[in-house]
Design a protein around this ligand. Structure first.
Ligand code: BGC
Length: 750
């Protein structure tokens, strides 16, 4: 698309009032048709189309048309599979087209800063690189069908509590390196049609009024060419929003804010160019929507999409643990052997989250039925064991289930969080599974050593009490085909290959934002800085239940021959992966990068790329991944730009953030960083210049190193490293003047 002109040539025939009118919705889900500009339909998103036929709301309350409920991001992300994610994006596009939707409100790329955030199930990961990569694939898939994406929630919206007022107070480096990074990657690599600004404030300014965010960074630095849409009801002051670069307020405010925009222009309080620009961008979005409707796409086939949802879900299940019992692992189950399937979620699965993303599914697989379908002629018994609403006689429910477990060959226990325990709109206060579920599990394990647990939940759980079971499958939330997918994995029809996208901590108290969540008096201090997720646990060497990136398989993989090469694109890493087990499996090869001796504060290691590879038993493949140079950069707060440090980088090919399998290092040429030294620079900073040490020693009467270890020499230099240069005038007792020092700095930097 060509650049838009603020004088508004894209909408030359429109009056000021009409241009203002283009900038807010006609109702909850559509924009206005104004003059030649057609209306558009936008709707949620992100893991299914939520098109409300009658009453409209943004909290998933009123019914919507049936659509496939694909795995929410918390589940789908665990596949780490960009092709699969893109396929799901494409299927969502096909359904959007079938239902007449022009823009689907997703993906959500906020970082999972704290496990208590009620909306974490809609987001991919605690890691920005993984989030950005998966979301880019999702947007590309969706937009290939002529349907636009809405990248949300821009930005630093990491808590539900007080989300419409609270300010996310984040320093520049974590903001850039953690919270904005995935947005940047998706904008630059996939150009979503729209970006949705969030409800919250960022460092005091509402996202919807944040010119730095919406204009300087998003458009100026990243080259975004689409329209900025508000989250539903995120506009506080439409005039301020238009001035900041917001193009479309949703939902419409009945035209009231359009009139405010016109009045502000007429009073000289708002530049007409801002209104023209917003109108031109909304008109361009409408044109994209119209053109999209003419792209040929396959018809929506609900059965085929359900099959895709099942495949996606099965690839997203994480096998956390699979210990042997009497010499053989509990999983996969053997068909034909008596099985007790326990837990309320076996008959009434939990597969999606509550709120605006809530989809009315086309069908729902029930795990118990799907297990029975694969169990052969064995007896499969079932008891709920607990209720999710606290009703019923807990002891009697438990006793019934425990008796079935004792009588069977193996027990599979479905545990998890109920819909009312986590949702958009509020945060959790803890990360515990309900007590009656843990009591049930403890008793089942006592009578049945061959016990596997299946977990359904949107937010991270404390898993320590569950790890008493020898086998553990993490289903997170897997969408409407969860039941079939879990049965596939339990019986080994699908070899599990999902990987955690979020660390499972030992205790809530260990989590990075524990003391700064959800904030107070409408401010959230992001006190942990860069150290989010595994970056925190690794830097502080904190034990975790299961690390980021962890996931087992029914086979095993070996890594060998890691080789690195570097050019201006980044580091190319190649490693040979071999399936050393006895069945076909998929491995997620993760590449983490460290910068030993960095001049800035850095996490110990950070994910910078990954690949997936499917291998038959005994097969090997060379996997090559580019770790883009841009991804290796840190945000330099002095230069206010991204900088790649020069020197040695260490690359780990790993099976999880705590399971490195091969290590190699490589030298990179750094970016030029010209931060001029001034009289306020320290001696330490000046000493890093070539020739500075000799010059300063000659100039100043400091004690010399006598080599007798008497706190002289090197120790003196360290002691004095933090003294600003200008203070030498007094410390040197008149031996040097300010002018001398200025001349010296000029000479050293020339
Ligand atoms: C949510 C958005 C959603 C919008 C429309 C808001 O409450 O934050 O994610 O797209 O409602 O339903």
């Amino acid at each position: 698309m060509t650049a838009l002109d603020p004088t508004g040539p894209e909408t030359p025939e429109l009056s000021l009032a009409e241009r203002a009118a283009l900038g807010s919705g006609a109702d909850f889900w559509t924009t206005k048709a104004v003059g030649p500009v057609p209306a558009l339909t936008l709707t949620d998103g992100p893991h299914g189309v939520r098109l409300q036929a009658e009453d409209a709301d943004h909290l998933g309350i009123s019914a919507s048309r049936p659509a496939t409920c694909f795995p929410p991001a918390v589940g789908l992300g665990q596949s780490w599979d960009t092709e699969l994610v893109s396929e799901v994006g494409r299927a969502l596009g096909v359904e959007s087209r079938a239902l007449g939707v022009d823009v689907l409100l997703g993906p959500g790329v906020n970082i999972k800063r704290d496990p208590r955030c009620g909306r974490n199930f809609e987001y991919f990961s605690e890691d920005p690189q993984l989030t950005g990569t998966l979301a880019t694939a999702w947007v590309r898939g969706l937009q290939s069908t002529g349907v636009g994406a809405s990248l949300k929630h821009f930005a630093a919206n990491n808590t539900e509590y007080d989300r419409m007022r609270s300010s996310s107070d984040v320093a520049a480096r974590p903001l850039r390196e953690i919270y904005l990074r995935a947005f940047q990657q998706v904008v630059q690599q996939a150009q979503p049609w729209t970006v949705m600004c969030s409800y919250n404030r960022i460092n005091g300014t509402y996202a919807s009024e944040n010119r730095w965010l919406l204009t300087d960074v998003l458009r100026g630095e990243w080259g975004f060419d689409g329209a900025v849409v508000s989250d539903w009801g995120a506009v506080q002051d439409r005039v301020a929003s238009v001035a900041a670069g917001l193009d479309l307020e949703m939902p419409g405010a009945g035209g009231t804010t359009d009139a405010q925009v016109v009045a502000a222009v007429e009073a000289g309080e708002l530049d007409a160019a801002s209104v023209n620009l917003a109108a031109a961008r909304t008109a361009a979005l409408a044109a994209r929507g119209r053109a999209g409707r003419t792209l040929p796409v396959a018809p929506f086939d609900p059965a085929a999409h359900h099959a895709l949802a099942r495949r996606a879900a099965a690839n997203s299940v994480v096998l956390l643990k699979n210990d042997p019992v009497e010499g053989a692992p509990v999983l996969p189950l053997t068909a034909g052997r008596p099985l007790a399937v326990l837990g309320a979620f076996a008959a009434a699965p939990r597969y999606q989250g509550g709120g605006s993303s809530h989809v009315n599914p086309t069908q729902v697989d029930v795990p118990l039925d799907e297990i029975r379908a694969l169990a052969g002629n064995a007896e499969v018994t079932h008891a709920p064991g607990f209720t999710t609403d606290g009703t019923g006689d807990a002891a009697a429910l438990r006793a019934e289930a425990v008796a079935l477990a004792a009588a069977a060959d193996t027990a599979v226990v479905f545990l998890g969080l109920a819909a009312h325990q986590e949702s958009e709109g509020f945060d959790r206060e803890d990360i515990e599974l309900p007590r009656e579920q843990l009591e049930l599990l403890a008793e089942v394990i006592r009578v049945q050593p061959r016990t596997a647990v299946v977990l359904s939940h949107g937010g991270v759980l404390r898993l320590a009490p569950v790890t008493a079971a020898p086998a553990l499958l993490d289903g997170a939330l897997l969408g409407q085909a969860a039941g079939g997918a879990l049965a596939d994995v339990l019986f080994g029809r699908v070899n599990p290959s999902g990987r955690l996208t979020e660390t499972a901590p030992v205790r809530l108290q260990d989590t990075p934002a524990y003391l700064d969540f959800p904030g107070e008096h409408s401010h959230v201090a992001y006190g942990e800085g860069l150290f989010v997720g595994y970056r925190w646990y690794d830097a502080r060497d904190i034990e975790v239940s299961f690390p980021f990136g962890h996931g087992l398989s029914y086979t095993e993989f070996a890594y060998s021959d890691l080789e690195l090469s570097a050019d201006e694109e980044g580091i190319s890493a190649s490693v040979t992966v071999t399936n050393t087990g006895d069945r076909t499996g998929r491995e997620v090869v993760q590449f983490y990068v460290s910068k030993p001796g960095s001049a800035v504060v850095r996490p110990l290691r950070e994910l910078k790329g990954h690949a997936t590879v499917t291998l038959d038993a005994g097969a090997s493949e060379r996997v090559t991944v580019l770790l883009p140079r841009a991804g290796l950069a840190y945000w330099d707060t002095r230069a206010e730009r991204w900088i790649v440090e020069g020197g040695a980088y260490e690359v780990l090919a790993a099976a999880s953030s705590r399971d490195p399998r091969a290590t190699a290092s490589i030298e990179l040429v750094g970016d030029e960083l010209d931060v001029p030294l001034t009289l306020d620079s320290t001696l330490g900073e000046v000493m890093s210049l070539p020739g500075a040490a000799e010059t300063l020693t000659a100039l100043l009467p400091f004690p010399q190193d006598t080599g007798d270890g008497d706190a002289l020499g090197i120790d003196m230099a360290r002691m004095m490293a933090s003294i600003p240069v200008r203070r030498l005038v007094s410390f040197a007792g008149g031996a040097v003047t300010t002018a001398d020092l200025e001349e010296l700095l000029a000479r050293l930097q020339s």
